[in-house]
Ligand binder design. Structure first.
Ligand code: AHR
Length: 661
């Protein structure tokens, strides 16, 4: 990650540390190193990706051309055409049959061609290379020529053209042509323009433009800066592809993973429900090209070192949008949905001689992806959900007993549906239950102890979607992150029952968002992590291997505001023998801490990381000020097995200590 943590030592921390503090005002944290509690699952802190806020097309997926296959309902959406341009529908790709024909305009000074507006512009950078590709054929065997340009529409005349290349189209059969463009300037809101440059007509299909430098250099690749930010989170699990888009507004628009694999040119377009879900955030050009499909998701999970966690449709379309149960598939009609789930497991893990394992191999991954988890259903509720889930559980258990199944507790964090679904999930013996909570500050402050009393013998918890949505304020301000940090001490203390947790949503384009807050924001050229991102990172990169018990002022840490606004958790890290204590001060005043590592002798060091806002709880990072709130590293002296510190008001601190060898 480029945005390195800054090093600092505060003089205040050092001077306070010089004394052993036993006054009334000192909060005494005792970390019992003699007890190595529950193992912290490797999946504990992960990421959840959904194509919302232009997260995939126009975001993570590095394709710069919108409607590259002319398959949007309005075939030329995103394109401006000039001269003699026709759309035809008998192209080489069965599931994407449309293409354009550029013909001679009939006069040497006239022009035929088309121009793509990209996603909020076609951006390109000086010094970078871009791979243009197109499927094309020409009318005659004499050949045709096109000129491809990257332009800056805000400049005039020839100076508009930032890169240009001629592509000779050689025959009357469909072939793929590739050319590299190297722009002379950086432009955020540019265009791709194509001219016919010959007498004979040319047919063009699947017009594509990618940066050459994508994450890991994949040609059908992902934006490097965005994946680097994911990589720096060290996510233990990668949940995809949603979210509500799994369900669809109707049956046709549900997410069908089989449409997202195989050659990209032949992956059919799907509507993206977020194009119209919020009428005040209407994006009529928001579709899913599926260029980022299940193969790419599995590959990304592997490259991130995360467990892949696909979510599949349970044979129910979005219940928010389809209140009438009669429009839902009947429980007797689930066979194709269940088969999709079984086939997906074969796609991920199957031998290359199997149908779906063979497809995976043909896409470049002979080895299995080692899928261990599958979620069936997203935010479902009422009796219809367990009725639908049950046959999936039976079929998956019987064929793939090693796969862990994740069920849902619905969209609410408590209440009637939640109370109904948890026992149902236990009855069905799913392995984990997905809980969602987009809740205000108060909720997060009161829920640090949420999992203390959960049944240890039932399914584990997957906190699959959560974020503090400030009451009144609903954006990525620091105070919301602080609430999440406080709440997460409770996840960590309960690592024996909470197996995974993923903040949501992950990405948002500054010009194309539908939902906020989000973890990472971007425009076409840049991106920045929010303060919530840093909270996630402080947990995931300091997650340790075992929970250790912590008391505060003589009582177990509880996970609510009553302990002077302090929240805490402790872990042991068997990798280096260190102990890590996380303390979150949600109060308005700084607090003195005395941390004792019971059972240890002399401590060798105490490294600290602090996350705080110097501009108050409303401050947030932004494209223009991406580092306003970032974690800062420091060191503190140790006294025997003690560390003394002052934790500032409204801040999170991580202390890492180890015994002298
Ligand atoms: O994360 C945004 C949406 O919130 C998800 O699609 C859905 O599961 C939840 O309602």
């Amino acid at each position: 990650m480029k945005n390195e943590l800054r090093f600092f030592v505060t003089s205040g921390l050092l001077s306070l540390a010089a004394m052993t503090m036993y006054s009334e005002d000192v909060n005494r944290l005792v970390v019992n190193s003699e007890v190595k509690g529950a193992e912290i699952p490797s999946t504990m802190y992960g990421v959840f990706f959904e194509d919302i806020n232009y997260g995939a097309d126009g975001g993570l997926y590095a394709e710069k051309i919108k409607n590259r296959s002319f398959e949007f309902p309005q075939a030329l959406m995103g394109w401006t055409t000039f001269g003699k341009v026709k759309v035809k529908d008998d192209g080489p790709f069965e599931r994407n049959p449309h293409y354009v024909v550029l013909s001679d305009p009939g006069h040497p000074e006239k022009r035929t061609g088309l121009m793509n507006e990209g996603f909020f512009g076609v951006s390109f950078e000086k010094g970078e290379e871009y791979r243009f590709s197109v499927w094309a054929r020409c009318e005659t065997d004499h050949g045709s020529k096109i000129t491809v340009e990257l332009i800056d529409p805000s400049s005039q005349g020839e100076s508009q053209v930032m890169a240009s290349v001629d592509v000779e189209i050689e025959g009357s059969d469909w072939r793929k042509y590739v050319a590299i463009l190297s722009p002379s300037e950086t432009v955020k809101d540019g265009r791709l323009r194509i001219f016919l440059n010959s007498k004979s007509a040319v047919d063009l299909e699947h017009v594509s433009l990618f940066p050459v430098e994508t994450w890991m250099g994949h040609e059908n690749g992902l934006r490097k800066d965005l994946v680097e930010k994911l990589h720096a989170l060290k996510p233990g699990v990668f949940r995809f592809p949603g979210g509500c888009i799994v369900e669809g507004t109707d049956l046709d628009t549900r997410y069908q993973w089989k449409n997202t694999v195989g050659p990209v040119e032949n992956r059919p377009l799907n509507e993206n429900r977020w194009h119209y879900t919020f009428p005040h955030k209407f994006f009529p050009d928001y579709f899913q090209s599926y260029g980022l499909g299940f193969f790419e998701y599995f590959q990304l999970a592997e490259e991130l070192g995360s467990e892949p966690l696909p979510v599949l449709n349970v044979g129910l379309i979005c219940q928010y949008q389809n209140w009438d149960e009669n429009v839902q598939p009947h429980v007797d009609e689930l066979e194709p949905y269940i088969q999709d789930a079984l086939d997906l497991i074969e796609f991920a893990n199957g031998d290359t001689l199997t149908e779906w394992g063979g497809l995976r191999a043909s896409m470049g991954h002979k080895e299995p992806f080692d899928l261990k988890f599958i979620a069936i259903g997203n935010e479902q509720w009422d009796e219809i959900y367990p009725q639908h889930l049950e046959p999936f559980v039976k079929a998956i258990r019987s064929r793939y007993p090693e796969i862990k199944i994740i069920g849902s507790s619905g969209p609410q964090s408590e209440g009637e549906d939640f109370e109904y679904l948890w026992p149902e999930m236990k009855r069905l013996k799913v392995d984990l239950v997905d809980e969602h909570f987009y809740r205000p500050e108060k909720w997060f402050l009161s829920q640090g102890g949420r999992y203390d009393s959960y049944d240890r013998d039932g399914p584990k918890v997957f906190a699959g979607e959560y974020a503090c949505h400030g009451s009144g304020k609903k954006y990525n301000h620091f105070n919301a992150s602080l609430m999440e940090a406080a709440f997460m001490t409770g996840l960590e203390r309960n690592a024996d029952v909470v197996e995974m947790a993923t903040y949501a949503p992950l990405f948002a384009h500054v010009e194309g968002w539908q939902w906020r807050p989000d973890l990472i924001w971007f425009d076409n050229l840049q991106s920045y992590p929010t303060s919530s991102y840093y909270v996630q990172q402080l947990y995931s990169t300091n997650k340790g291997t075992n929970v250790v018990p912590v008391t505060m002022n003589g009582s177990w840490v509880k996970g609510d505001e009553d302990q002077n606004g302090l929240f805490a958790s402790g872990v042991y890290d068997s990798n280096d023998g260190s102990y890590i204590v996380k303390v979150v001060n949600t109060g308005k005043t700084s607090q003195q801490l005395e941390i004792e590592l019971k059972g240890l002798n002399d401590l060798e060091y105490c490294e600290t990381i602090i996350l705080e806002s110097f501009d108050g709880g409303d401050a947030e990072n932004s494209l223009s000020n991406p580092s306003k709130i970032i974690p800062m590293k420091g060191i503190l002296p140790t006294y025997g097995n003690h560390v003394n510190a002052e934790i500032p008001a409204e801040s999170m601190m991580v202390f890492r200590v180890a015994e002298k060898k």
